[in-house]
Ligand binder design. Structure first.
Ligand SMILES: *[C@@H]1O[C@H](CO)[C@@H](O)[C@H](O)[C@H]1NC(C)=O
Ligand SMILES: *[C@@H]1O[C@H](CO)[C@@H](O)[C@H](O)[C@H]1NC(C)=O
Ligand SMILES: *[C@@H]1O[C@H](CO)[C@@H](O)[C@H](O)[C@H]1NC(C)=O
Length: 270
């Protein structure tokens, strides 16, 4: 495929911000990595489900292996750096994070694909938390096609449903767990996106790979969905091991002024 995206996308992909590293024991792939080698019983617990099976974390954990459109072959790579360490005599460990805003589980703002929206300031800070939080339907999409108008029609999503998470073949193929960016993922075709806009009340579109739009219709399908500035796209969701049905979704992007995308934490509550 041809990745001739506008330059602003490339320029704005990366955003640097600093966070305290108190909760980041390491960036290693080891899930059960000990916090300290001097205390064998000190193991952090990492969970996918909380609250007695009621709360599902549908966010992918960032790791150096996280796939990224920007780094097609090798994934995200190192994204946390300790800039001060207690081992070096600092009072605290202190790290910096550098993340492309469209890696892992993330949200797209209208400025992602419309330059005049970008210039007008439609960044992630302007996204409606009322849309990003509320009742949501998790549906399974047929595995033998991309999301066309015909597929959308066949899903029979009732009017009044505002938030839909589409689980596709991407989840079965575990694409988000493979560091190589895979352009054969399932996503919306232009006509599927147009059908959604014209025939449903959906304002939050969630999908289980890095783009809601299939690679063949990457730009046109995004344009259909983002043009009204009413629809929010949440990409790279982790929808494994969750049953289809109605939940409450909570998605919170970072308030990154000027950014056309952001890492986002999403949970489903039964
Ligand atoms: C710790 O100190 C060593 C020696 O001065 C230096 O090489 C290293 O870069 C420091 N590491 C950090 C994370 O500050
Ligand atoms: C960070 O601080 C902890 C103590 O809270 C210490 O055990 C650990 O070695 C420090 N990490 C680094 C990389 O210096
Ligand atoms: C969806 O489209 C991609 C190209 O964008 C293609 O590689 C893939 O095979 C299609 N998926 C299905 C299930 O037809």
């Amino acid at each position: 495929m041809n990745h001739s995206l506008p330059l602003h996308l490339l320029l704005l992909y990366s955003l640097l911000f600093t966070i305290s590293s108190a909760s980041i024991p390491s960036v290693s792939q080891e899930i059960e990595a000990p916090l300290s080698s001097s205390n064998e019983n000190l193991f952090p617990i990492r969970r996918e489900v909380y609250g007695d099976g009621r709360i599902f974390d549908i966010t992918h954990r960032y790791s150096p292996e996280t796939p990224c459109w920007d780094f097609q072959e090798n994934g995200l790579g190192q994204f946390v750096w300790l800039t001060r360490t207690m081992k070096n005599g600092s009072e605290a460990n202190f790290s910096q994070v550098k993340l492309p805003n469209h890696a892992g589980t993330h949200v797209d703002a209208p400025g992602h694909m419309f330059d005049h929206y970008f210039d007008a300031g439609f960044d992630v800070d302007t996204l409606d938390l009322g849309v990003l939080n509320g009742p949501a339907l998790l549906v399974d999409v047929p595995r033998d096609a991309n999301i066309t108008a015909e597929v959308m029609k066949s899903l029979n999503i009732p009017k009044g449903i505002i938030r839909v998470l589409f689980r596709t073949l991407n989840t079965d193929r575990k694409l988000m767990y493979k560091k190589k960016y895979d352009t054969s993922y399932t996503g919306f075709m232009k006509d599927g996106a147009k059908w959604l806009v014209e025939n449903t009340d959906i304002k939050l579109v969630g999908l289980d790979y890095l783009s809601v739009a299939a690679d063949d219709d990457l730009i046109p399908a995004h344009l259909e969905l983002l043009e009204s500035r009413e629809i929010i796209l949440v990409e790279g969701l982790k929808l494994d091991d969750v049953e289809t049905g109605l939940y409450t979704v909570h998605c919170l992007p970072l308030r990154l002024l000027g950014a056309e995308g952001s890492p986002i934490r999403c949970i489903l509550i039964k």
